[in-house]
Design a protein around this ligand. Sequence first.
Ligand code: ZN
Length: 568
Amino acid sequence: MIDNNSIEQLKQTVDIVDVIGNYVELKKNGANYKGLCPFHDEKTPSFIVSPSRQLYKCFGCGAGGDAIKFLMEYEKLSYPEAIEKLAGMFNFTLRYTEGKQGGGEERRILETVGQWYRANLEHHEPAKAYLKKRGVSLASIEKFGIGYAPGSDETLHFFQKAMIPFTKGEEVGLLGHDNGRYYARLIDRITFPIHSPSGMPVGFGGRTMGDHPAKYINSPQTKLFNKSRLLYGYHLAKSSIYRKKRLVVVEGYMDVIMLHQAGFDTAVATLGTALTNDHLPLLKKGEPEVVVAYDGDAAGINAAMKAALLLSAHNFEGGVVLFSGGMDPADMVVKGDIEAIESMIAKPVPYAAFVIDQTVARHDIRTPRGKEDAFHALKSYLSTLSPFVQEKYIPYAALRLGVNAAMLSPKSTPTRTSERFGKQKRYDGPGVAQTPAEMAPSPSFFTLTDVAEESIIKTLLKTPSLTDMVLDTMDSSMFGSRREAFEALVKGEEHDDLLRIELDDSIVVYSEEELKRQLAYFLQRYYKKALDNIKKDDRLPFEQKIFKIRKYQDYIHRLKRGELVPYE
Ligand code: ZN
């Protein structure tokens, strides 16, 4: 772990303008710097870097944060990796707690052994011939760090020579032991190093070249290697996944390697396991469309079905592609069927349609019993989807099943999938379409214009002492789209809008007099509207009505004279 004080010192040492200046051409613009945003495609600069706040913000896509966040986003690094990178840029020596450097020793061992495996491959003709026969190019061998693990004795000998204790070899999953005798786990196999999403070596996969019953074996679970969370090839596919907004999951290492070789560089594979909940955080990164591309045999179809159920229930975009005729993607690349792969991946069967097709195919819907079973299975599946996806696929399911669509419609008010699956609601910024339930009568009937809201907020950011004047006369419900930002400001919390408003030079800052005038002007209109509403309200008892009318008339009168009135 990196020592927290050390991180703080580093933050004080770095200048965000220098950091971002390495990646983006920045031009001075008033107190700030401006450039073309590296996170979205743009022709005119809307990316601002503030040296005084040590923050960046893009007005185009909303990206923003400090120097560490920038490196995490731009270089796709984890938090500690971004800190280490930043420290490297400024020749800053980080301190680590308890001498543990985040598995540094284990990583060095894996790196050393990986180099040795790679060197072995160069001198092992059968292994080279095997890879050549499978169509793997030299460039792919290099890119994926493919190597060769010889016999157990040779491996143990190498560990001794490299002065790596056998106990360490076991900790990183390369050695095992039996009655006190150590042995190599990978024997006479082609080796594929497995990396963390950030590109750190964490383990190895090994493929037999002969007819060993275990075609592939992976490192066992270790401190670094958790195969249920990892995806093979992700560190190489990552930047393309973010750029192309697509990710292709295939079944094996060889499929990943061959797809990359053919230019499909967003391909990744699970490590001998099915796609599970544990993979979802990694799959979600960059919000790509996820295409599940599996073999068309029974095992592949079953795995694709599980993946489609999981991904559709979690609101992923994407679908399923099945390779038929006993071909896997690697075979197709070798055969040169690149265009066929391309068109399949471009048009996957959407998850919901795939699940519906499979469910119908698995039941004999010509019999009432089979049809009923299929109906219940589909109804329960559809209920896991968001109401919008349900609405889209209910007619299709009804058609495939031969029933009336109304039978498949949820009777009760549908709950939102995102809520049931405990997913956090994403903040999409103001102006996002709302569901009818969210458009329920709001207490605010008259709100500030966007321009006024932003100016008031900016004024309070510059002169916090004016906050009381606003709080005394206004309620946060009078704020429209910037209500959340205003509330965050009052509570002293961070909010994306606050940073944007502060950095946007086009938003006017009021003087105290101007703020007062603006408030009085807005409140006059507010209470006039309130007065109208009261006059029209027939449900209000007469006494109360008269009281309120007098009060609002008095307010309007005072506001006209420029006097602010308290909000109650
Ligand atoms: Zn941007």
